[in-house]
Design a protein around this ligand. Sequence first.
Ligand code: FAD
Length: 609
Amino acid sequence: MTLGRIAVLVKQVPKFEAMELGPDGRLVREGLELEMNPYCRRAVAKGVELAREHGGRCTVFTVGPPAAEDTLREAVAWGADDAVLVSDPAMAGSDTLATARALAAALEHEGPYDLILTGRNSVDADTGQVPPQLAELLDLPLLSGVRQLEVRDEGWIWAHCEHDDGWVDAEARLPALLSCAERLCDPCKVPPEGRAAVDPSTIKVLTSAHLGEGPWGLAGSPTTVGEVELRGVSRTPQRLEGTVAEQVAAAVDQLEARGAVGQVPEVVDEAGTPVVIDDWDRGEPLVVVLLEPKRMRSSQALLGEAAQLAQAVGGRVVGVLESAFADLTLFGSWGADHLVLVEGSAPPADVARAVAGWAAEHQPWAVLAPGTMWGREVAGRVSAHLGAGLTGDAVEMTVQDGRLVAWKPAFGGALMAAIVATSPTQLVTVRPGILPVRSPRPVEQRPSAETLKVVNRGRVVQLRTERDDEVDDLATAQVVVGIGKAVPPERYGELDELLSVLGAELAATRKVTDLGWLPRARQLGITGRSISPRLYLAIGTSGKFNHLVGVRAAGTIVAINPDPEAPVHDASDLAITGSWDEVVPALVAELRQRGFAADATVLEAAPTA
Ligand SMILES: Cc1cc2nc3c(=O)[nH]c(=O)nc-3n(C[C@H](O)[C@H](O)[C@H](O)COP(=O)(O)OP(=O)(O)OC[C@H]3O[C@@H](n4cnc5c(N)ncnc54)[C@H](O)[C@@H]3O)c2cc1C
């Protein structure tokens, strides 16, 4: 099989370390350093490698202002054959769907292509929804989070894909779109002098004059950004002094004073009461929830949230799920008034096609989906199919003037933006673990149900799926112990008592997940996850910006590192200077002495050494 033409799509993003927010909470753009999105660097490197291997051509595309040409120069200097800059003032202010439409038009103008590679997501907007929206617009299969790939015979490509908390091996029929994970290969990276040396004739510019009337930019964007709130957390780092025991005692004093350890009341909902909807015959508007198979916690949380929204707009909740997983009474107790049962199991692209057809007929007020790979693909494709606005990775939802307002963190959580869709149907994907699980309602009657046929088009074949973690465990943890490279995996057992006493979950830096010491779902940071626990203990990590951006919203951060110069000390609330293997047992002893012995069985089973 040869790959004659490969397209790679790249995005220019602000260099995070250089990012500043103005007093109005908006990004200060003047003088801001820009660079190629890290995931896109892998897509370029892989595209160039495949083109060389298969005697094909690799063309790199971006949509952006004229300055985005620098990113294309970098790709060409790395070995891409040529590049296309889609740039027009009319395209300013594009949301993800308008961007996907501009890219689709450019690819159709220059194509056809056998393979299209993109980054998994951009680190600034972090929605991951352009790839599925584009795949839908071009009617292509999509494989997301590709970590390894092989071109197979007779027009198929095989990929090992990194999903939220596990792995999927799948084959897709070419032409196909693949979104690349960070560790797919070494990144394309070229210094400024190499970029400047690129022959300008290798870069073509396309404007709306080439691509048609649009609508482009703001006019073609079914979402609008409303209020923006700065969510800065200011920390006053405190270096603790004395012996390890003295520092630990002072740290626990502070943690108790700050309420960072100890019992927390269980979250039910805002009013602390279960959601009760007594009227099952409510009509429209419909709040639809796309329920991912085998994700029970997120299904319960999303249905509870949908019930609250339905109450606010006087509507009812419709759950959409594979019939094999349908327990009508259970889903009814979680908030579903009606269930749409998808017959058979099919890849997300085919489920999306069926759901889009159903939604076009029923015109729901809102569609909520989990912010997982599955949810992003289904919701992204449905939004592209309907031309409806999609807000990705929302952490809060409210209703204002009859419209759904979805609050979305941006720039690593430094700000929160209120996004409103202008389309009749408003789509939202919700960050895993962020919604409270509301108590079930008593079910006197089962929800009504209908079936929905899905046609499996056979363009993606899932060969193997494996979960090596549970995405919600870390997302919902009140206390998280984040470990860096200094803690060797064979000694992780020495952290068990600390985890037990604090009721904490384990997380890690990229160096740790790169080495395979912990699952990738445990990585925090700019190319990992963002969490907001009450307490974060950073153990044996240098505390680089790229890591700590993932815990910016933590209530209290404690650093444990013997190097007084390590940046983690200045980025934390409490800094303990010492080696983890001395500090951790001292901390456990101190916490136990003050009555924080959480799980007696674990303590009994722990080595007594
Ligand atoms: C594009 C890009 C994206 C990235 N994305 C992420 C991301 O999402 N998440 C992420 O984490 N990183 C990310 N990184 C990498 C990040 O910049 C850092 O390299 C990484 O976080 C450092 O990992 P570390 O702290 O485990 O290791 P190191 O930086 O090697 O730090 C180890 C620390 O352990 C300390 N130490 C040594 N002995 C002990 C001891 N006995 N007890 C306690 N401490 C000890 C040392 O003093 C040192 O400070 C990214 C980088 C790039 C370029």
